[in-house]
Design a protein. Structure first.
Lengths: 130, 290
């Protein structure tokens, strides 16, 4: 029996990625990283800034996301996100720009605890990439 | 009757107008293809988003404490209408259709004695509405600088709306836009986005989901995003409609100009012929009288 399932990543402008030979996906869910294998229970969750790792027959792909929602149902994983970048295409100065922006945001006053948490996460991830 | 010279000038001017409308039609056709493509590409996102929200709201246990964006504030006294139009003219009935639809909605609201607030997106709508409803317009947003609709812009509008909702400035929010059906048909739409009324198709799945974190938290995170998504979708539909409408309007204009040129040419030839005949008669009768 095959252990593969389908993944769809869409952003508002277009369908970003669609693959049907995925064996495992690790997503940075809001309450911690989560690995999804075939026949996982139906789940809805949302993402914090982090790295999505997709393991498939053809190798592994890594993507940086800032936010998003995931839905897993009937062996189809849908990821809705407005900001996703393939790590291979991500250049050093782009990371630095994002990092700088995030640090500025973190320094601003009057942000809620939740957004502070998200920004801190983002900074941490970006630093590790840098 | 106009003199030959006048006719010649008129023919020339109609011809040059025709050239312009023809060029505009070509440009609109090229842009339409792109706009249509991006509208189609954007569809999966909003459909999936809608599905998830449907599944979520079906699974929510505590209806009383559901987020306000979903269930509303409990009354519908203040209506906010977001009128989405284009920034450019010369696109046939595109803007007027939206405005017509909106105006009939406005009068319905004011007949019911409810308060009305308007946000216009795109300068053409603002131009048409400000004479009558100037005082009701609380904001005018225009994206003249961005060539194509992008999510970032939609998100800005969405955030503004949510901000106003949270400060209690309105109870119900409706967006007006043109839905793209095909090049000749665009249907003006009024879509209520706050509160979300998606009761009609509850038949989705009864399948139970696992939520992480819990439903409420996901919902309160998702609903604002959904607003932006809906607005973005409306923007995409609108831009496809705008180009389609412009294309058919310019097509008509080109055809009309062609007809006019034909008519004028016939008139020109006739009067030229008449002038020649007149001259001949003059010469002949002059010769006869000798």
């Amino acid at each position: 029996m095959s252990q593969e399932y389908k993944i769809d990543i869409v952003n508002p402008e277009k369908s970003f990625l669609s693959k049907d030979d995925v064996t495992e996906v690790v997503v940075p869910a809001f309450e911690g990283e989560m690995g999804i294998l075939k026949d996982h229970i139906s789940i809805i969750s949302f993402l914090k800034p982090g790295i999505i790792t997709i393991y498939s027959k053809t190798g592994e792909d890594k993507f940086f996301v800032e936010d998003g929602i995931i839905e897993f149902k009937d062996n189809v994983l849908s990821i809705l996100t407005s900001s996703i970048i393939n790590l291979k295409e991500m250049e050093k100065n782009k990371i630095q720009n994002l990092l700088k922006k995030a640090e500025e945001d973190a320094g601003s006053i009057g942000i809620s605890d939740q957004s502070k948490y998200l920004i801190d996460q983002k900074i941490e991830v970006l630093r590790s990439l840098n | 009757m106009a003199s030959l010279d006048d006719l010649k000038k008129r023919i020339a001017s109609v011809k040059s107008t025709q050239k312009i409308t023809k060029a505009m039609k070509m440009v609109a056709a090229a842009k339409l293809r792109k706009a249509q493509e991006s509208a189609e590409k954007g569809r999966p996102y909003s459909i999936k988003m809608n599905n998830i929200i449907l599944n979520l709201s079906g699974g929510i246990s505590d209806k009383e404490n559901a987020p306000k964006l979903l269930s509303g504030t409990g009354n519908d006294q203040v209506h906010l209408c977001v009128i989405m139009t284009s920034d450019r003219g010369l696109c046939g009935g595109f803007n007027s259709n939206i405005i017509k639809k909106a105006k009939s909605f406005f009068s319905k609201i004011s007949n019911e004695g409810k308060e009305l607030k308007i946000i216009t997106v795109g300068s053409k709508g603002n131009d048409q509405l400000k004479r009558v409803y100037g005082k009701k317009i609380i904001e005018n947003i225009s994206f003249k600088d961005s060539k194509n609709p992008n999510y970032f812009d939609a998100d800005k509008v969405g955030k503004k709306i949510i901000e106003k909702f949270e400060t209690g400035e309105f109870d119900v929010c409706t967006i007006f836009y043109n839905q793209f059906k095909n090049v000749i048909t665009q249907i003006p739409q009024a879509q209520q986005i706050i509160p979300l009324n998606n009761v009609e198709d509850k038949n989705s799945s009864d399948e139970s989901y696992e939520f992480e974190p819990d439903e409420d938290e996901i919902l309160s995170n998702l609903l604002p995003k959904n607003i932006s998504t809906q607005i973005f979708r409306a923007m995409l539909e609108n831009s496809a409609s705008e180009q389609g409408s412009r294309m058919s309007a310019m097509d008509n204009a080109t055809r009309n100009a062609g007809e006019m040129v034909d008519k004028l040419t016939i008139e020109y030839n006739r009067s030229r012929q008449a002038a020649i005949t007149k001259e001949l008669i003059e010469i002949i009768s002059g010769a006869e009288s000798l």
